[in-house]
Write a protein that binds this ligand. Structure first.
Ligand SMILES: Cc1ncc(COP(=O)(O)O)c(C=O)c1O
Length: 390
């Protein structure tokens, strides 16, 4: 009989993958499904990036690279971070296949069994999984709708102790679309200094902020740099989810350990993908800015649509491409509601509880989808509610 290690006893899948599989099964049976479950851009990767990738293959960038990434990409990333967030050198950057290794490997390098790690709830499911894989104790820190989905700072104050090794931030957030205001970042920084805690700031949606706003970066706080890990990547900004390219910036001594974990776990990231990444950073900033206005129009459309539904309210998210409506007045548990919307209305979305217990009473809709799909989804949900689901 097979007996598995304790570290995988509680490991949970990402809800989005499960719902996608269920939705595709229904489509195979002939049902029409509107996909608002998946958190990936519906744009094609920008043309200069594709060209650079193809050229790199033709030029022979098909071999192993240094584990931490090619010098050209680490330098381009360091320049990009320095220009947009705060000073950064190539020695602080580790490249990986996606942003996910930038979450897992620093957590493995910092967290000892029994160490507590505070993470946002509702939040990206890999945070909890990664903390558990490291043997850490996950402590869910609630995000509050009443604070536009920033943290409950009193909770952080009460739960950050000498057992706490790390705090994870995600701004703009998956699943809420909320951003953490500068004054909250400063309060968090103060607490982290007082309690000697590391801070991991996942800013993968940092380019997708609307209404001419920016999401302030934790990397911009100089007094925090020696205890900060900045996680970012190419998947969302440049529509490169399948290329698998991301990075993390951190103090050089930690970067060395993370590069060794990268070496033993994955070897390196594909060289031609890294070449494409250099082109993304150097040639495609204008395209990233232009897609913001497309997402902003979609955000406005879905939020207005959700707000028009009886028993549903939705604050306007400032970033990412997710709407996180409050559906608690409908009196149906979120996971049941999400299931029924898929099977009865043909609208695929996620339950707030796919992102933690504090997600009860909410649904997550990805608006990385056409305006037409958004309109149809709202119409279908409206009919579902009118048909007496309440
Ligand atoms: C908040 C957050 N962090 C990290 C990731 C992982 O990104 P990647 O696909 O580049 O590994 C995602 C992907 O959905 C995300 O939403």
């Amino acid at each position: 009989m097979t007996s598995f290690a304790d570290r995988v006893a509680n490991i949970q899948p990402e809800g989005a993958y499960e719902v996608l599989a269920r939705a595709q099964e229904l489509e195979r049976q002939g049902r029409s499904i509107i996909h608002l479950e998946i958190g990936q851009p519906d744009f094609q990767t920008f043309a200069p990036i594709c060209e650079a990738g193809k050229r790199a293959i033709d030029e022979g960038h098909t071999r192993y690279t240094p584990s931490a990434g090619t010098h050209a990409l680490r330098e381009a990333i360091a320049q990009h971070i320095s220009a947009t967030k705060g000073p950064c050198s190539p020695a602080e950057v580790v490249v990986g296949p996606g942003a996910k290794p930038g979450l897992l490997f620093p957590i493995l390098a910092l967290v000892n069994p029994g160490d507590e790690v505070l993470y946002p709830d509702p939040g990206f499911p890999s945070y909890r999984a990664d903390i558990e894989l490291a043997g850490g104790v996950p402590v869910a820190a609630p995000l509050l709708e009443s604070r536009s989905f920033s943290f409950d700072l009193d909770f952080l104050r009460d739960h950050m102790s000498d057992r706490t090794k790390l705090l994870i931030l995600n701004s703009p957030s998956n699943p809420t679309g909320g951003t953490i205001p500068r004054e909250d970042l400063q309060a968090i920084a103060q607490l982290a200094i007082e309690r000697d805690v590391w801070v991991m700031t996942d800013e993968i949606y940092g380019d997708l902020v609307y209404d001419d706003q920016d999401a302030p970066s934790f990397w911009s706080l100089p007094e925090m740099r020696h205890r900060t890990i900045l996680v970012d990547g190419f998947s969302k900004s440049f529509a490169m989810t399948g290329w698998r390219l991301g990075y993390a910036a951190m103090p050089p001594a930690l970067a060395e350990k993370v590069a060794l974990l990268t070496m033993h776990a994955v070897g390196c990231t594909a060289g031609f993908t890294q070449q494409a990444g250099v082109s993304a950073l150097q040639q495609c900033r204008a395209a990233v800015q232009a897609q913001r206005s497309v997402y902003q129009e979609r955000r406005d459309r879905i939020v207005d649509g959700l707000e028009s539904l009886p028993g549903v309210s939705c604050i306007k998210p400032s970033g990412a491409f997710y709407a996180f409506p409050n559906v608690s007045q409908l009196g149906i548990p979120s996971s049941e509601l999400a299931r029924r919307l898929l099977s009865e209305a043909g609208v695929a979305c996620l339950s707030g509880t796919d992102f933690g217990a504090y997600g009860e009473g909410y649904l997550r809709f990805s608006y990385a989808a056409s305006l037409q799909a958004i309109d149809q989804a709202i119409e279908r949900i409206g009919s579902f509610l009118a048909a007496g689901s309440r």
